[in-house]
Design a protein around this ligand. Structure first.
Ligand code: SF4
Length: 483
């Protein structure tokens, strides 16, 4: 008898199955939704994706709705197998299940042993994504030609000149209606959710995700590189693919996406400087983060904190965007509340930067990102929040602190026009909380930042003791209140 393949909620694409006949197990375990306060739209997407996969597979699929995974497995007779899970907790659980066969990981290009061999070889200092990316390009034969003739220079700009079609809208169906009814009932029974409900915005099936990928490559990839770091109150998506949840649910394998972007460059539809940042996100960052999560066993957490001991304030934790006057932060927090998503510049420079400046606890921030973002998942968030955004793993991975002031946000966004604060002011009623916060961050962490040439120079520029005291007093008074 063929073993039943148990597909987890992040293993829902065709590449997690081998043949057309194998029976499949899908489990909706209520414990996942009770343990943490998930964003309502994230809970919807997970359930919708599971149920859509069950519907696609028809009689082959057994969809069980239980309290726990163990209950589901106890109800299934016969042998079960599982592709290596994407979290340590799921892997630890799987290893306790008698008779469960764990298969090698899928959904990534780079083999774990190959990464370990590379990392062991280069590990004289911290691991660098750029080094890994170069290795991965050679190893997987992606963009191996020299980058000559690369098109227009990268431009940092808000969206005022960007004119690309938005990602195609998702059309909800009966499955989504049923999911919405179930979540309403769960909420009435006491299950708590973060954020607001809304129409499903993100793909729940491979077909939806693939359609979005093709639309992105055709219509938006050409502008991706130039606008990747821009932020706009007028356009929450700009030229982003908005496919992170599709990759993280396993609906898409990254390799076809990488090859499609490379093909678009080779056939002349986009420049290399447009295609390469997208490819680097998948072949570089995404693969690197996944590998780090497993390479640094048992935990990729908790090395070399900056002075970060403050709890997340309630307004932030509860996504109370209406309490915030700072235009950039209000806009991004509104996006998280209403769409469970923000693009990476908003995550890093508005959300993460604010938390870094205020010394919020990185572990709480990781948990918040995981719960509130539709693509939030442990292996990504640990490394991006702890390692990058909060600069909290100084020893093992080479990152720089993503601390910037309001003037930098003004350069790359249209937020500051119309904000009640002034990005150039450090002190006073109009002082931008990012500009004052940046300076206070420099003073609070002074010696710890001397290894970062940019921040060390910024600190050296601000050596007036009187001003230092005034800034620290002002920002301490601002404390954890919403800016
Ligand atoms: Fe944000 Fe400061 Fe600009 Fe206001 S002035 S939008 S708070 S960076």
């Amino acid at each position: 008898m063929s073993r039943r393949r148990w597909l987890l909620a992040d293993q829902l694409g065709p590449h997690f199955l081998d043949d057309l006949d194998q029976p499949v197990l899908l489990v909706e375990a209520r414990e996942l939704f009770r343990r943490r306060i998930l964003h309502r739209q994230k809970a919807h997407l997970i359930l919708s994706a599971l149920r859509h996969r069950a519907a696609e597979l028809g009689d082959r699929a057994l969809l069980l709705r239980t309290g726990t995974f163990r209950e589901a497995l106890d109800r299934v007779g016969g042998p079960v197998e599982l592709v290596h899970p994407h979290s340590r907790s799921a892997l630890a659980f799987a290893r306790t299940v008698e008779g469960l066969t764990i298969l090698p990981p899928r959904g990534f290009l780079t083999d774990r042993a190959d990464f370990a061999a590379w990392a062991d070889q280069v590990r004289r200092g911290p691991l660098r994504m750029t080094d890994f990316y170069r290795w991965a390009q050679r190893h997987h034969r992606v963009l191996v030609d020299p980058p000559a003739g690369g098109g227009p220079p990268r431009r940092r700009s808000p969206a005022d000149t960007l004119d690309v079609p938005a990602p195609p809208e998702i059309v909800e169906d009966d499955i989504d209606a049923e999911v919405r009814r179930d979540l309403d009932r769960w909420a009435a029974e006491g299950v708590r959710f973060a954020g607001r409900d809304g129409p499903r915005r993100y793909p729940a099936t491979h077909a939806e995700a693939d359609a979005r990928l093709r639309h992105f490559v055709r219509h938006r990839l050409a502008e991706y590189g130039r606008y990747a770091d821009a932020m706009s109150a007028e356009d929450p998506t700009l030229a982003h693919s908005v496919l992170s949840s599709s990759f993280n649910l396993g609906l898409l394998h990254p390799e076809p996406a990488i090859r499609a972007a490379e093909r678009a460059w080779r056939d002349g539809s986009v420049t290399r400087s447009a295609a390469e940042p997208f490819i680097r996100q998948l072949l570089g960052w995404r693969e690197f983060l996944w590998q780090l999560y497993w390479y640094f066993q048992p935990r990729f957490r908790g090395v070399g904190w900056l002075a970060a001991t403050e709890p997340l304030p309630e307004w932030f934790d509860q996504l109370d965007a209406d309490a915030v006057e700072a235009r950039c932060l209000a806009d991004v927090l509104t996006g998280v509340r209403d769409r469970a998503w923000a693009h990476h510049a908003q995550r890093l420079l508005v959300l993460g930067n604010y938390a870094l400046q205020r010394g919020w606890r990185p572990t709480e921030l990781v948990d918040w990102f995981e719960r509130c973002f539709v693509d939030g998942t442990g292996w990504v968030m640990n490394a991006t929040v702890i390692g990058m955004s909060q600069y909290a793993d100084l020893a093992r991975v080479d990152t720089r602190a993503y601390a910037v002031d309001g003037r930098h946000i003004d350069e790359i966004s249209d937020y500051c026009t119309g904000c009640r604060y002034d990005p150039t002011r450090v002190l006073g009623d109009l002082a931008c909380p990012y500009t004052g916060g940046f300076e206070a961050f420099l003073h609070r962490n002074g010696e710890r930042l001397l290894g970062d040439p940019r921040l060390a120079a910024e600190l050296a520029d601000r050596d007036d003791p009187e001003r230092r005291e005034a800034v620290l007093a002002q920002e301490e008074k601002r404390g954890s209140t919403a800016p």
